[in-house]
Design a protein around this ligand. Structure first.
Ligand code: ZN
Length: 288
């Protein structure tokens, strides 16, 4: 299923994207009314929805009549993010062809308030940052919580996958040493356009991901080049730290980011940045 959080006639709804329509989930009280409530409901309800979506259907509306929001507009916790998780990106960041990939995953977080819709504007404020950069990433949404999850079991804990643009204020990121501030400005986490449930992506290490700025390709890679794959990342993060339903883990960006280009390139007002993962969808965010 391609699950969406959306706004329809002024109300926040969840639905299933089916081509050019959205099947809105019923408000009769039997079905969850938010993506987090749907995830919390657990596998029995997910299977019921997948096997008989019509039983949950309120109405089918044209996609053009709904506004797609971030699938989880307000996560309960910060989004956990991997740094330097593609070898080519490690090398471009270090400016060194021989730079070595990290021995252990580099983990930081983005504030929940940074979440932005799949087509909404990314705020540009030169008093805050002059170095706004793009990062297309595969994000994992946890379905079943757990602690000390073995690699072999890890993918069973995934609810689904979505696309995140980990927009980064490089000047803030490097000036403050820790990444948190530079990664957490309002609107710098476009997410969506849908969550594709895990059953439809049996192998998360075979996904093509791309970024365009004003139609020009900037990033193009595959998750098969990740240093730490999804199952390994889930296993390592869960060592002594409980992962919970609805947690979001963004698994790092491939090469082609702006700051590592020669000369460096950053987003400016009027730009359109698009981030796509084949099989999930494309974010389309103007910079304003
Ligand atoms: Zn990132």
């Amino acid at each position: 299923m391609q699950l969406t959080s959306c706004r329809y006639r002024g109300a926040d709804r969840i639905g299933i994207l089916t081509g050019t329509s959205v099947d809105l989930i019923s408000t009769d009280g039997k079905w969850p009314q938010s993506m987090l409530a749907l995830i919390d409901a657990g596998p029995a309800l997910w299977s019921a929805l997948a096997s008989d979506p019509r039983s949950a259907l309120d109405r089918r509306v044209p996609l053009a009549e709904v506004e797609l929001c971030a699938p989880i507009p307000r996560p309960r916790k910060n989004i956990m993010c991997l740094g330097w998780n593609y070898a080519e990106h490690v090398r471009e960041s270090a400016g060194n062809r021989d730079a070595e990939v990290p021995e252990h995953p580099v983990v930081f977080t983005k504030n929940t308030t940074s979440v932005n819709g799949p087509y909404d504007a990314i705020p540009w404020n030169p008093e805050l940052t002059k170095e706004l950069d793009w990062e297309v990433e595969l994000a994992v949404v946890v379905g079943l919580g757990g602690r000390n999850i073995p690699v072999s079991e890890a993918l069973r804990h995934v609810f689904g996958y979505t696309v995140i643009n980990d927009v980064s204020a490089r000047d803030l990121q490097f000036r403050h040493k820790q990444f948190f501030l530079g990664k957490s400005l309002d609107g710098t986490c476009p997410m969506g356009p849908v969550i594709v449930t895990a059953d439809e992506i049996p192998d998360p290490q075979q996904l093509e991901l791309r970024t365009w700025v004003n139609g020009e390709i900037k990033q193009s890679s595959s998750t098969r080049h990740q240093v730490f794959g999804v199952a390994t990342v889930l296993s390592i993060l869960s060592r002594g730290m409980t992962l919970e339903p609805g947690d979001i883990i963004s698994t790092g960006t491939p090469s082609g980011v702006g700051f590592a280009r020669k000369p460096p390139e950053f987003l400016k007002p009027g730009d359109l940045v698009e981030c796509e993962i084949l099989g999930i969808g494309r974010l389309r965010n103007p910079v304003r």
